[in-house]
Write a protein that binds this ligand. Structure first.
Ligand code: AMP
Length: 466
């Protein structure tokens, strides 16, 4: 039987309290399958990628079991070890642990390279319940005698296939013999190449395998289209689209935090209620934004991938990619936010000449041709016909551009971004302008508000939803 609510899973009351405080009600599929198995003491082989909720799938039962086995923590000896390939992931898992275990009275630490070791060493001396580590720094501190792994009760290997890609296999093989023979093992990987399968076999004992279906399967049910547009017209095209009230609940994706702020301001200035959610907002601000969007107080939420990852809001009618990501899989994750539970869903991507390579990559990855919609006043034939460059090259170019824009005060560009003069210049495009063409006068002004309005209180917890 699968649990539809966290309250159906036998996790300790302090964990349940923390979950309801952060608004987790329904376990994700990987959580539904994994948590009960771990609570029963099984080793688990989880085939799942980031974004599926796998961190909670291993953290929740782990902190539950550690609390149940009342063993005192000892200096330098973590009771549980989570090995993960990157510093970002390590920090993210640590933040999640602190959130989930906020009522547990346990100590969670994180260590990774590239920073001084002083703080990390000090924390280890005090004894920790769960240590999140990247392999290199872990071995380094073990070599110096600051960490011992002989009392590890639970061992988690996260993102095993990425470890392999990043050349950590030797480090892992060095670490494994330092762990006690008898321990509880959880092993997660997005893919299972032969070498990873072999590694899993050496680590796990009679494991139960859980696998979550890649979200790509949802793509087929969504009505997708691409609108080619010049960069300067993008925001006006978005406003134009959103003026159509059929777009009842729309999630707009952008790549950069500053773009999220600006787009939101522009929409508001055009009478479209919108909120932004991104990594610079405090956890409270993010939760409020999500609540307003969920409760239909605002029609549009403008989000970055990271901030919105894993957030499950029902009834989203439209997803608009205001900016495409260079990672084609993100497209699948993004558009999968609509058409939930058999409902209809529409996904629209606004693509400039510079983003053409990303777009072609999306079509390749999802093995589909996405229909081009030219029936809008900002169609750019130039963008549609743009040459495709290597994704790596396109990424470099776009990232530089986007970063530079983030540093520029937007005020300076107001006129060129949305002034009517430029719009008319485009009339040599094949598409003629319709009377709906612009939202006269409003656009330029609305961008004048500076982007500093956002990011109230960058709280430590703001990473929680990553
Ligand atoms: P992960 O795959 O572990 O990186 O999780 C992706 C995102 O989903 C994170 O932002 C988590 O905070 C969020 N998340 C995980 N489980 C749930 C859940 N059951 N309900 C809502 N959000 C969740």
């Amino acid at each position: 039987m699968t649990a539809n609510k966290f309250s159906d899973i036998k996790l300790a009351a302090p964990i349940q309290e923390a979950l309801s405080k952060i608004g987790y009600e329904t376990p994700t599929p990987i959580q539904q399958q994994t948590i009960p198995l771990v609570l029963q003491g099984h080793d688990v082989l989880g085939i799942a990628q980031t974004g599926t909720g796998k961190t909670a799938a291993f953290c929740l039962p782990m902190i539950h079991s550690l609390a149940k086995n009342k063993i005192k923590r000892e200096s330098r000896c973590p009771r549980a070890l989570i090995l993960t390939p990157t510093r970002e992931l390590a920090i993210q898992i640590h933040e999640n642990l602190k959130t989930y275990g906020q009522n547990m009275g346990q100590n969670y630490s994180v260590i990774f390279g590239g920073v001084g070791q002083g703080k990390q060493v000090k924390e280890m001396k005090g004894g920790v319940d769960v240590l999140v580590a990247t392999p290199g720094r872990l071995l380094d501190l073990i070599d110096q005698g600051y960490i011992k792994l002989n009392r590890v009760e639970v061992f988690v290997l996260d993102e095993a296939d990425r470890m392999l890609d990043m050349g950590f296999m030797r480090d892992i093989k060095k670490i494994l013999p330092m762990l006690p023979q008898k321990r509880h093992n959880l092993f997660f990987s997005a893919t299972m190449p032969t070498e990873i399968e072999k590694l899993a076999n050496t680590i796990l004992e009679n494991p139960k395998t859980v696998e979550v279906t890649p979200p790509a399967t949802t793509v087929k049910r969504i009505d997708q289209s691409v609108l080619f547009v010049e960069k300067k017209d993008k925001i006006n095209l978005l406003v134009h689209l959103l003026k159509d009230k059929k777009q009842q609940k729309t999630l707009v994706f952008v790549e950069m935090k500053h773009v999220a702020n600006r787009v939101t301001e522009k929409l508001e200035a055009n009478g479209i209620r919108a909120v932004a959610i991104h990594g610079n907002k405090s956890q409270n601000a993010r939760q409020q934004a999500i609540k307003d969007f969920t409760d239909d107080k605002v029609r549009v939420m403008v989000a970055t991938d990271i901030a919105s990852r894993g957030i499950d809001i029902s009834g989203i009618t439209h997803v608009i990619n205001f900016e495409l990501s260079n990672i084609a899989e993100s497209y699948v994750h993004r558009i999968g936010r609509t058409a939930r539970a058999g409902a209809d869903g529409t996904a629209i991507s606004l693509v400039t000449a510079d983003e053409k390579s990303y777009f072609v990559n999306v079509e390749k990855t999802t093995s589909q041709k996405i229909p081009v919609d030219t029936d809008h006043p900002y169609h750019s034939q130039e963008a549609q016909d743009a040459a495709v460059m290597k994704v790596g090259k396109a990424k470099k170019k776009l990232e530089t551009q986007r970063r530079q824009e983030g540093r520029k005060p937007f005020r300076k560009n107001d006129k060129s971004k949305s002034g009517s003069k430029k719009k008319f210049k485009r009339s040599d495009n094949k598409k003629s302008f319709s009377s709906k063409k612009s939202e006269p006068g409003k656009s330029a002004k609305s961008f004048k508000k500076s982007s500093k309005k956002t990011s109230p209180g960058k709280s430590k917890n703001s990473r929680v939803f990553k």
